[in-house]
Write a protein that binds this ligand. Structure first.
Ligand code: NAG
Ligand code: NAG
Ligand code: NAG
Length: 371
């Protein structure tokens, strides 16, 4: 079989039917603590208590969105890419807790690198992916074939970039200036070469990826950590319907709008590649405006695993989830927030459903083939 045959297959199955690729042979994930399944193991129980019975590195009481995506497409939970003696033929997870999108140098130049905890920016994660590929699928051409049947989830990225600025004492206005850099580096990661990367080859589309999901950042102004640390007596700082801090959500909203613009450009440039936006933001915003619709009887702004004493959100910086003084609520599934920063397994399950079956990924991951 020569090249023309292969080309025909590509044309027949991928460009016009991106959604038909629901028989995925593998799933690959890049990201931060929202999707790390064990590259960084920092805490102990009660993390993991609901599903795994022990701490796996996941920042939740149980499974993450990426675990439910794997289950939904019939693949095993992803092994962390640093796992030893592991077979990655069904996928791997390159996400690291605390990973920013941007590289060390970006923060170093701005005097903020002391706030970085890992060197695992998006390009470093993709470098690891590229290094691992030959052991998974062999030659570059074989890997292109392999990746043409794989789903890649790229993100969420950005949350830690903004945190590094905010917790480094920068104003939100100054931190907002990071946005075009963050979304650009995500788009570069999805796409191909920038000068620096010509030497080590190409990025995800260049490697053969044809089906990518790119999650938005979260409305962090609705998360107990931010609500507690930026507590304000000025009601104008809060959304009247949500009780969320507007300035943080405005930053997230701006990032997401810019990310969508980048993705539109990539789609125009690569019409044969499916690049779908996954709207974390809208789903979580809906949790906050209508928590009872989802069974979140405790509302969306209260931490399950935390402690009182610092704020009305049950979040206390001196007694975080696996620290002394913190307790686990008796009704975990009535909460959106697990530890004030990350969500409960229940919230993750609902979010994943919105990606697998719609409406927060469009077309949904499990949609029937377009014709
Ligand atoms: C894999 O092995 C190395 C060397 O023994 C160790 O440092 C690393 O923590 C192991 N990885 C995991 C995920 O356990
Ligand atoms: C990341 O890399 C830089 C140099 O490239 C180094 O100075 C820094 O200590 C590293 N940070 C971590 C957390 O390993
Ligand atoms: C937490 O409490 C235990 C038992 O009371 C004690 O041994 C431990 O040192 C405490 N840890 C911290 C970080 O305070």
């Amino acid at each position: 079989m020569g090249k023309p045959f292969f080309f025909l297959i590509l044309l027949c199955f991928f460009p016009s039917h991106p959604a038909s690729a629901q028989h995925y042979n593998a799933l690959f994930n890049f990201g931060d603590s929202l999707s790390d399944t064990g590259n960084v193991v920092l805490a102990g129980l009660p993390y993991g208590m609901t599903y795994f019975g022990h701490h796996t590195g996941r920042c939740s009481d149980g499974r993450l969105v990426i675990d439910f995506i794997a289950e939904g497409i019939g693949l095993p939970h992803l092994p962390p890419s640093t796992a030893n003696n592991t077979n990655f033929h069904r996928g791997a997870n390159f996400a690291f807790i605390a990973a920013p999108a941007l590289p060390f140098d970006f923060f170093h130049q701005r005097g903020l690198s002391h706030g970085l905890h890992v060197n695992a920016s998006i390009h470093e994660q993709i470098d690891q992916f590229q290094k691992l590929l030959p052991s998974i699928c062999g030659s570059p051409q074989d890997c292109k074939d392999f990746l043409s049947k794989s789903l890649l989830v790229v993100g969420e990225f950005g949350g830690n970039d903004y945190n590094t600025g905010l917790f480094g004492g920068w104003s939100i206005t100054k931190v907002t200036s990071f946005v075009p850099h963050v979304t650009r580096v995500v788009a570069d990661g999805i796409e191909t070469v920038k000068l620096k990367f010509i030497i080590d080859g190409q990025r995800l589309i260049g490697l053969g990826a044809v089906d990518l999901i790119v999650p938005s950042v979260l409305p962090v102004g609705c998360f107990p950590l931010y609500l507690t640390l930026s507590d304000s007596s000025d009601p104008a700082e809060y959304g009247p319907r949500t009780g969320c801090l507007r300035k943080f959500n405005a930053l997230a909203w701006y990032h997401n709008a810019d990310l969508r613009r980048q993705l539109d450009q990539l789609r125009k440039k690569y019409p044969a590649v499916s690049i779908r936006y996954a709207d974390f933001y809208a789903q979580i915003f809906d949790f906050v405006t209508d928590p009872l619709k989802y069974g979140f009887k405790a509302g969306a702004l209260r931490t399950c695993c935390g402690a009182p004493g610092m704020s009305k959100y049950n979040f206390n910086l001196e007694a975080k989830c696996d620290q002394n003084g913190s307790t686990v609520c008796s009704d975990i599934s009535a909460h959106v927030s697990w530890d004030g920063i990350h969500m409960t397994e229940t919230a993750h399950r609902i979010i994943a459903r919105g990606w697998l079956s719609g409406p927060y990924v469009n077309p949904p991951i499990l949609s029937s083939p377009a014709s």
